[in-house]
Ligand binder design. Structure first.
Ligand code: PLP
Length: 486
């Protein structure tokens, strides 16, 4: 057995030293404050960050588990949910809860559907949900946790869910249909009205995943941009998830799950009445719940108000217009489909788009790689308004550099990206075995492991054996949470 190099320090370390060590750790992180990142952080500037910090600190120690002890939290959560419901076409019947994020909201929507079906459709032993291939992996996680079989359906040439494919996928076992507003990979809103009508006709539930759009689309529409109907105003929509910690600009750990009525939400709840510790009831997945995100959500909704959200949405949409036009002007690059708000996928018919991503990384820009088809992900946030010109200049250069690469050179770089990423985030001992397995998987030699990021994404996308790839990914996940040599 190898010794664990990490121990609780025998004596406490002074606060300044502890914090200094943390600041040093942070130096290698991506500089998101400078607009270099196009996912993960919805940064809207220091003024808003300060409001969030103060609000969260005010409720730093409270516990959201028991609302009867903290009526302040109960009131704030109720009001956050009610404001969200109002923004999303709900009425006095609409109910919901705050959760830790989009994934928890989606888990709850699926769990609720399963419980609902157990009561209303007891004949269904093996429930299924129908969801477009673009729906977030959180639904697969929910399927995995709650034993609801996911049935993935095709998207159309416009990257929106194919309504007829969804209709055809419904079986007597289907309990739930799903649509996204918008989907994360391509930023387009699914034909929610058509799909929800089918669900209503079949007497099944329909969930709208508005995690990324819930606090953006209402303002984008108000600014005059065309937004398809997607919320509770659409008959047949029975639940909606919307993340405050995305375009609500809240601190992370804040989302809402909303239901058309209280009878449906009741299936979400959990209660255990026979515990010696007392009667235990909990509405969501967590027991103890941090109250900082609840407080910060209440604060930011009131601090920004409609005017503030509209101003931020206008800034973002102006930047989107600039970036879309700039991308289309670069030979070989294009935006896929017609994104409905501020999320887009950059693609190319002539260049290796992952190489463009690598070239951008060399210039300090971090764009997530997507697959089926290969694209680079761009979520535009307020912070990008200031860097859009520099981004487009570098993107044109990156495309030029990618154009000069020959296919042979691209192939040679097959595993270099994996090695590079692995070397940065995994314990050293793991890297070589991971690389050996990856190269066996890809049927190529690992080659030199220096430098660039990821031509491997292209190959990963085409691997016929997704099971092996999954095992490899699970190994990476395991390695990520093992202690690293300092
Ligand atoms: C459309 C959509 N749904 C769900 C999620 C999951 O949200 P979270 O990461 O907060 O769990 C995301 C995250 O980006 C998303 O874009």
């Amino acid at each position: 057995m190898t010794a664990n190099p990490h121990r609780l320090p025998e004596k406490g370390i002074p606060k300044d030293e502890v914090l200094a060590a943390m600041r040093t750790l942070r130096e290698r992180d991506v500089k998101w404050q400078d607009g270099r990142l196009f996912s993960l952080i919805y940064y809207a500037g220091e003024e808003i960050t300060d409001v969030l910090k103060e609000a969260a600190l005010l409720f730093f120690s409270e516990n959201g588990l028991n609302p009867s002890v903290f009526p302040s939290l109960r009131q704030m959560e109720t009001e956050v949910v009610a404001i969200s419901a109002d923004l999303l076409g709900g009425d006095a019947q609409t109910v919901g809860n705050m959760t830790s994020g989009g994934t928890e909201s989606i888990l709850l929507a699926v769990k609720t559907a399963r419980e609902w079906a157990r009561v209303h459709r007891p004949d269904i032993r093996e429930p299924e949900m129908v969801l477009p291939m673009t729906a977030h992996p959180a639904f697969e996680k929910a399927a995995h946790y709650f034993d609801v079989r996911p049935v993935r359906t095709a998207i159309g040439p416009d990257f929106r869910a194919d309504v007829e494919a969804a209709r055809a996928a419904i079986t007597p076992r289907t309990i739930l249909m799903v649509g996204s507003a918008p989907c994360y990979p391509f930023g387009v809103v699914d034909p929610i009205a058509e799909m929800a009508a089918i669900a209503q006709e079949r007497g099944i539930l329909f969930h709208v995943d508005a995690c990324v759009g819930g606090f953006m689309l209402p303002f984008v529409r108000k600014l005059g941009y065309p937004v398809p109907d997607f919320d509770f105003r659409v008959p047949g929509v029975t639940s909606i998830s919307a993340d405050l910690h995305k375009y609500g600009y809240c601190v992370k750990g804040a989302s809402v799950i909303l239901y058309r009525d209280a009878a449906l939400r009741r299936h979400q709840f959990f209660a255990y009445t026979d515990w010696p510790g007392g009667i235990y009831a909990s509405p969501t997945m967590a027991g103890t719940r941090p109250s900082g995100p609840i407080a910060a959500a209440w604060a930011i909704l009131h601090y920004l108000g409609e005017e503030g959200y509209l101003a931020l949405a206008a800034l973002v949409m102006d930047t989107v217009g600039k970036i879309r036009a700039g991308v289309e002007a670069i030979p070989g690059l294009r935006v896929l489909g017609e994104p409905h708000m501020s999320i887009m996928a950059l693609a190319s018919d002539t260049l290796n788009i992952y190489e463009v991503g690598d070239e951008m990384a060399l210039r300090g820009w971090h764009l997530d790689r997507q697959q089926f088809p290969p694209t680079l992900h761009v979520t535009v946030m307020p912070v990008h308004a200031e860097v859009a010109d520099a981004f487009l200049r570098d993107l044109a250069e990156a495309a030029d550099a990618a154009r000069r690469l020959t296919p042979a050179k691209v192939r040679d770089r097959l595993l270099v990206g994996l090695a590079d990423t692995a070397a940065r985030v995994l314990p050293q001992a793991w890297v070589s075995s991971l690389m050996a397995r990856a190269s066996a998987l890809l049927g190529k030699s690992a080659g030199s492991a220096a430098g660039r990021s990821a031509a491997m994404y292209g190959m990963m996308g085409t691997l016929p054996n997704r099971g092996d790839l999954r095992e490899l990914v699970l190994d990476v996940l395991d390695g990520l949470t093992r202690p690293q040599e300092r």
